[in-house]
Write a protein of this length. Structure first.
Ligand code: PFF
Length: 445
């Protein structure tokens, strides 16, 4: 049977941008910007995206398209009978680990969306927003029910395949997402007092830059671009031969960054306009934004819109995570896609239920001193992604034959490959050193 493929440049782009743009942009990025001093953090982040992450994205695509296989098999094909395929296995574990907490936040988003629809015509009680959030996340049943709905919805899309599932739904959802973020941004920018928020985002204060800000920026760049765990290897394996991988990577990185900026511009001016501290942390989206919506004209509608945006962003990222595991299971065990997705969805739900319960009844259960939820988050974002990224660049830069890398980079010599030297220098030297520094810091901290 012919392997499924994306249909062309736009199809590839909506799917990869769909994967990259997620809770990482709309929830994590704004609160990290808030906590790490605003514009200066953004500049460091941008430098990392352009210099380090872009070449890593190209490398993942090269591995995937060259082999047209799942992330474990890809390494087995390129490096038979060597331990390199462990990178792929770690990637599958990382995908699972992200799914185990990301789908819970997806469930919270559904809960908030549902509530914002129900309260469309009533006035929300601002004083209890914080306790509402805590009550919801600590409840033993409600968030799990929403997580199940969220997982089922995402699993359905993955079951439909690449072109008829992931690409088709991304094509519908991503332009809608873009439009809504822009509307929300315009609303936020036109609030009285928005200037302070804009200044926070564009006027860098370089005295705020220290090692922890730099490290936070690199980690965020990895997470946001879906790097280091074989997601782009898997998507790369569905990219048609004629597409220019550098162009796809560049467009993905730029779109992802644009979304992060738009999210910053949609959220920060409103935060400042209402005199809320930008350092609020992870509760920013679920506690602070509803408070803002409660105080602006047509706020109830903007609330619904915001949670629809968050939901779409989360779904298009979760399907890419599910696809990493699905491609591996279907190709390894030779089972039908729908059975593989069904079993994976079930396993994800079980893990996600534990991480949801760890917010409440299981909050005393600790793994290495962390709750189950925080453990999955920490394990994936701070350990497995940097580790995966490091080995991927070492693999492409030092193990794979340069001629082979060049061949795939230039579409079998049909493209000019002007940027190849810069690309190759970065993946051999710059990226490994930079990631190693981040990683060592995380271990030693
Ligand atoms: N990039 C996604 C986000 O920013 O929300 C999260 C993510 C998706 C990370 C897929 C890793 C991945 F493979």
């Amino acid at each position: 049977m012919k392997r499924d493929e994306f249909s062309g440049f736009f199809g590839v782009l909506v799917a990869t941008v769909g994967s990259a743009v997620g809770l990482g942009n709309l929830w994590r990025f704004p609160y990290l910007v808030g906590q790490n001093g605003g514009a200066a953090f953004i500049l460091v982040y941008l430098a990392f995206v352009l210099i380090i992450c872009l070449p890593i994205a190209v490398s993942e695509f090269i591995i995937g398209r060259r082999t047209r296989a799942n992330t474990v098999k890809a390494f087995q094909i390129l490096a038979p009978r060597t331990p390199w395929s462990a990178i792929g296995v770690v990637g599958v574990i990382a995908a699972f680990s992200i799914l185990a907490f990301y789908t819970v936040v997806g469930g919270w988003t559904m809960d908030y969306l549902f509530r914002s629809i129900i309260h469309l015509f009533s006035k929300p009680d601002i004083s209890s927003l914080e306790s509402q959030f805590t009550t919801m996340v600590t409840s033993p049943v409600r968030p799990i029910v929403w997580t199940v709905v969220f997982v089922l919805f995402s699993a359905f899309i993955v079951m439909c395949g690449i072109k008829k599932g992931i690409e088709k739904y991304s094509r519908i959802m991503m332009p809608f997402l873009f439009l809504m973020v822009v509307i929300l941004m315009v609303r936020s920018l036109t609030l009285p007092g928005a200037e302070k928020g804009i200044a926070f985002l564009v006027e860098p204060d370089f005295s705020k830059i220290n090692t922890s800000v730099i490290l936070a920026a690199l980690g965020q760049a990895f997470f946001s671009l879906s790097l280091g765990m074989g997601c782009l290897i898997t998507y790369g394996s569905y990219i048609p031969n004629k597409e220019n991988l550098t162009r796809v990577s560049f467009s993905t990185a730029m779109s992802d960054t644009l979304f992060a900026m738009l999210a910053g511009l949609a959220i920060m001016p409103a935060v400042f306009a209402f005199g809320i501290s930008p350092q609020e942390g992870p509760g920013l989206v679920f506690i602070v934004l509803p408070r803002i919506f409660a105080q602006i004209p047509l706020g109830n509608y903007f609330a619904v819109m915001f949670f629809v945006i968050l939901l779409i962003a989360a779904v298009t990222s979760v399907i890419s995570l599910l696809e990493v595991v699905t491609a591996y299971v279907t190709e390894r065990l030779k089972v039908k896609r729908k059975y593989a997705v069904g079993v994976i969805a079930l396993l994800v739900t079980v893990c996600a239920s534990f991480s949801s319960l760890s917010q409440g009844v299981l909050s005393d259960v600790k793994i290495f001193g962390k709750t189950i939820f925080d453990f999955f988050d920490y394990l994936s974002a701070n350990i497995l992604l940097p580790l995966g990224g490091l080995f991927i660049v070492l693999f492409v830069g030092w193990y794979m034959k340069k001629a082979l890398v060049y061949d795939e980079f230039t579409n079998q010599g049909t493209l000019k490959g002007t940027l190849f030297r810069a690309y190759y220098f970065i993946i051999r030297y710059v990226a490994p050193v930079a990631i190693a520094i981040v990683f060592l810091d995380l271990i030693l901290r």
